[in-house]
Design a protein around this ligand. Structure first.
Ligand code: GLN
Length: 447
């Protein structure tokens, strides 16, 4: 704990943490140590963990990187967080992120941007940027982030960490501040596949507070990390052939695929004709869900309230205008439009239908292949400010990650070398829903 507290202090400029729980962590370390001495410590004893600022932790602040939750303190602890606490994890602080997890660069935070530790002029990716940088820079051993369209995997690719997005409904969302409820997943960011597997197996499983969580038994992922059969692996042709993919990323991706082939797996290119429809579908549906989820932040119930309000309507308007940042307001407006009575069928219903087609086409892919591989991102970490004024350009960076959330399947990002500037490259594997075991074992073999 002292080691990490010192590392955090020395790396303030990265802006990875928005709150550090020094006294808490020290006290907890003593308690865990006592249990260790008594032989009763949990499976995560000694793991120093950071949590993204969207996860509730009783009696600790939580703001989703937003001014609108200024001063808000959690009344309860998220189930996923409680489960790791029950195994004696030590929580060292909460981590910066894009406001309400909306973004791909961690530039949309009320706490300011996070910097990539490999090159501080560059973004760490988002929205779990603080969580990825904290692991990258050794400010904690592991982090818990959330992934609605790539927010655990894309920053992992940019920071050289392992990022796991579980199957939808594998892990309870109780206590996760909602962005888009039918997409949101809590996932670990770690140095090793083994730590990701262990965290997942501890967090996963039914929860009385979230009726959507699957009752499928939770395998002991961390005990089954050896692959013992040849797999059929498809790789997205676009991921290696598209003009938009950096040459270094193409080369590293092909290298990983060659290695898998050498290990005896069948590795073949696959086409996904609906690829170009995934992003529009994602952005229509997630903004629609966000506009509904974020309606609760009205200036009355939580956090920030505009001091300039004169009546109830201006209280709502001014609090929401001043409390939310540009990107969040843009998405609330987009989502409200998509859900408005005159456009509902043209946008929301249509996007739901396309989501079903994407799901069917992905299922067909998994009938043929155990895993589908691709790069995580078309580029390596870009410069802070480079895409900030062009939201469409920013959305396009999510091209390879959003599919897993649109269909609810698991996906992992693992480090796959660097480009010639030393910037990290990620390799993504996706599996059919509840196929985490194959996913993790293959990732383990590759790392
Ligand atoms: N970059 C994507 C977005 O802005 C994904 C965010 C996420 O996974 N939370 O919506």
């Amino acid at each position: 704990v002292e080691h990490y507290l010192q590392r955090i202090e020395e790396n303030r400029h990265l802006n990875a943490f928005v709150a550090v729980y020094a006294d808490d962590a020290r006290q907890r370390a003593d308690e865990v140590d006592a249990r260790w001495q008594a032989g009763t410590a949990g499976r995560l004893a000694g793991m120093v963990l950071g949590i993204k600022d969207v996860l509730c932790y009783e009696q600790h602040g939580v703001q989703a990187g937003s001014r609108i939750l200024d001063g808000f303190v959690s009344q309860f602890t998220a189930t996923a967080v409680q489960r790791v606490l029950d195994e004696d994890v030590i929580i060292i602080g909460r981590q910066n992120c894009d406001e309400f997890a909306m973004g791909s660069s961690n530039e949309n935070s009320a706490f300011g941007p996070v910097r990539n530790a490999a090159d501080t002029s560059r973004v760490p990716g988002g929205s779990s940027g603080g969580s990825a940088v904290a692991v990258q820079a050794g400010l904690c051993l592991a982090s818990l982030g959330s992934d609605t369209g790539g927010s655990v995997r894309q920053p992992s690719a940019f920071c050289g960490t392992v990022g796991l997005k579980p199957t939808y409904a594998r892990v309870s969302r109780w206590g996760l501040i909602a962005y888009a409820s039918s997409f949101d997943c809590i996932g670990p960011i770690t140095h090793t596949v083994e730590d990701a597997a262990l965290l997942l197996e501890i967090m996963a499983g039914p929860d009385v507070f979230d009726s959507t969580v699957s009752r499928n038994p939770v395998p002991a992922y961390s005990q089954n990390l050896t692959l013992n059969r040849p797999l059929r692996i498809g790789y997205l042709r676009e991921g290696v052939e598209s003009e938009g993919v950096d040459p270094a990323i193409r080369q590293q991706t092909l290298g990983a695929l060659d290695w898998l082939r050498e290990q005896g797996h069948t590795v073949e290119p696959v086409d996904f004709p609906l690829l170009k429809h995934i992003l529009p579908t994602y952005y229509i549906l997630t903004t629609a869900e966000a506009s509904s989820n974020l309606s609760r932040f009205d200036g009355v119930r939580y956090g920030f309230r505009s001091p300039e309000a004169t009546d109830l309507e201006s209280l709502y308007k001014k609090s929401r205008t001043d409390g939310f940042g540009d990107e969040v307001r843009r998405r609330i407006i987009l989502g409200t439009f998509a859900l408005s009575s005159s456009y509902y069928d043209a946008y929301y219903t249509k996007a739901q239908q396309v989501r079903r087609l994407i799901k069917d086409e992905t299922d067909a892919l998994f009938a043929q292949y155990d895993l589908v591989a691709s790069p995580v991102t078309p580029t390596t970490a870009f410069r802070i400010g480079e895409k900030a004024s062009d939201p469409l350009q920013m959305y396009l960076a999510d091209i390879f990650t959003v599919q897993a959330n649109v269909v609810g399947c698991p996906a992992i990002s693992i480090p796959n070398g660097t480009d010639n500037e030393g910037l990290s490259i990620g390799f993504q594997l996706m599996a059919a829903p509840f196929g985490e075991a194959d996913l993790l074992a293959t990732a383990q073999a590759l790392t």
